[in-house]
Design a protein around this ligand. Structure first.
Ligand code: ADP
Ligand code: MG
Ligand code: ZN
Length: 499
């Protein structure tokens, strides 16, 4: 920049004395392992785990003379994802060699689609602030996974490193998202959205900790209102949704601070260090690899016919976005509820079954989002492992609406259902939790409470009206919460007005 050029630094006060705000721009690259039985170019098991180097053969360990053969199932799975993301599927795509050396890559190159990917130009919809937001999908391509290095001792000072080739050749798809995300929270909900789609399609288990669902996050910042994007950095090494959000939050602050100080953001790859809670530079642009991509001569071009695409399209289930929309319309529940209830197909089924039996759409939603998910999260359980079958939750809700038990008692009943797996009727009868609605009995208890507190009754009559709640509370206490609160209120008011 010339000495004479005077440009307003982003974030500095402008002529009106106002500090300019920044906007972040985020684009995610997601790798998802396909749940095929075999690897992408050989017959070895693609199942996670197994004793090290037991799921290997000459092809996936890159031995001379071995030839890759494409697994059709892996292509079918990738096409499913491409269709779910509204992508255009190329009739012809190519596998290329991405050349680099690393000990987890026995061939010295990774087979990946590069110039001619399987699919392009799609989008996914994610719930954002009570509406659906579209995030573009630039491309979806297929590739093979690399092996896994196991470092003995701390990473930097590892005395030795071991390599496990069970993972080499496991089919991956890479989903390259557009730079359409604006906040770390949105990035989190996009990622969860992609994971949910993959799980609905049953093509990936979506487990970030295990590494079967991984994410590189590209992020830049720009002054509010500026059209061009700022210089981006790429973040790696995040193995949970929370870490992605935290890493982005940190990185956005770091980039803004640089611009504020009049410095520049350097385009580089940075690693998230969870322990230190910050990102660290891994490699700069100068060290970026030149992969010398070229079409793999061992593989024929991948042809995908229109007929095949249509056949696969017919197998697609109702996907999260469509289900959300249907839930909102059909059950009249808020977008927020619909987003939570459709996170997995099993949870959505659970919800629909409860509503079918009880006829209570919003009440079921409240109980699932509240008590049920809280208990499941506490135990780290999935809905499939829920000890309360839908019909039990539904009958308990019917007991509330029929006035058999109070909403308060229902909390206790629910806990007991969850703990024991038993039905609500059994629990309610055994523990004598049926709501007290007998007028004479309640009246008797009210009399007891008022006679036991003559001084307070006098105060109440002199105008200290807030004591009303205290009297009601005493009755509820005496009946262990079983008295029908509405009835207690009514009868109490009558008793007190009689003087
Ligand atoms: P590369 O192939 O070098 O990784 P791409 O241009 O294909 O680069 O982009 C990769 C990812 O980076 C995409 O997800 C895209 O949305 C995102 N991205 C590109 N430019 C920016 C930017 N300025 N800020 C944030 N993300 C960006
Ligand atoms: Mg990249
Ligand atoms: Zn193999």
């Amino acid at each position: 920049m010339g000495v004479n050029s005077v440009t307003a630094r982003p974030g500095k006060e402008d002529s009106t004395g106002k500090i300019r705000d920044y906007e972040s721009v985020i684009g995610l690259e997601v790798h998802a392992q396909m749940l095929t039985r075999a690897k992408i170019f050989c017959g070895c098991s693609a199942v996670f785990g197994g004793d090290p180097n037991t799921y290997t053969c000459p092809v996936c360990t890159g031995q001379p003379g071995s030839l890759p053969v494409l697994n059709v199932k892996a292509v079918e799975f990738a096409i499913k994802m491409a269709l779910a993301c509204h992508c255009k599927i190329s009739p012809l795509s190519l596998f290329a060699r991405k050349n680099y050396f690393y000990p987890d890559l026995p061939k010295g190159y990774q087979i990946s689609q590069y110039e001619y990917p399987l699919a392009k130009d799609g989008y996914v919809e994610i719930p954002a602030n009570g509406r659906e937001k579209r995030i573009g999908i630039i491309r979806i391509h297929m590739e093979e996974d690399a092996g896994k290095l196991v470092h003995e001792g701390a990473f930097e000072s590892a005395a030795s490193s071991l390599v496990d080739f069970n993972r080499t050749g496991v089919p991956l798809i890479e989903v390259v998202g557009g730079p359409d995300i604006r906040t770390p929270q949105e990035a989190g909900s996009y990622l969860r959205g992609l994971r949910d789609i993959l799980r609905y399609l049953e093509i990936c288990d979506g487990d970030m900790e295990k590494g079967s669902f991984r994410c590189d996050a590209n992020v830049s910042v720009r002054p509010q209102g500026q059209r061009e994007f700022g210089t981006r950095t790429e973040l790696k090494n995040m193995n949970s949704f929370r870490h992605v959000e935290k890493a982005l939050e940190y990185e956005i602050k770091r980039q803004i601070a640089l611009l504020e100080a009049g410095e520049e953001v350097v385009q580089e790859t940075r690693l998230w260090d969870e322990e230190q809670g910050r990102t660290l530079s891994m490699r700069g642009k100068e060290e970026a690899h030149d992969y010398r991509y070229f079409p793999d001569p061992d593989l024929v071009p991948l042809e995908v016919s229109e007929a095949w695409i249509e056949k696969i399209r017919e197998t697609l289930p109702e996907l999260p976005a469509a289900k959300r929309e249907r839930f909102i319309k059909q059950y009249g529940i808020p977008e927020y509820d619909a987003a939570i209830l459709t996170a997995s197909q099993s949870l959505a089924n659970y919800y629909e079954e409860c509503v079918r039996v009880s006829g209570e759409a919003k009440m079921v939603s409240n109980w699932i989002m509240g008590d049920l998910l809280r208990e499941l999260n506490k135990d780290d359980r999935e809905i499939e492992e829920c000890p309360v079958p839908p019909k039990n939750l539904a009958s308990m809700l019917k007991m509330i609406t029929d006035g058999v038990i109070s909403g308060k008692i229902a909390k206790t009943v629910f806990e007991e259902m969850y703990r024991s797996g038993r039905g609500p009727e059994e629990i309610v009868h055994e523990k004598g939790l049926i709501q007290l609605t007998d007028v004479d009995e309640i009246q008797g208890i009210i009399r007891g409470v008022l006679e036991g507190n003559p001084k307070l009754v006098e105060d109440y009559q002199k105008g200290k009206e807030q004591l009303f709640g205290f009297f009601v509370g005493q009755v509820m206490k005496a009946t262990k919460g079983k008295a029908n609160p509405k009835l207690v209120n009514e009868l109490m008011r009558k008793s007190l007005s009689k003087g």
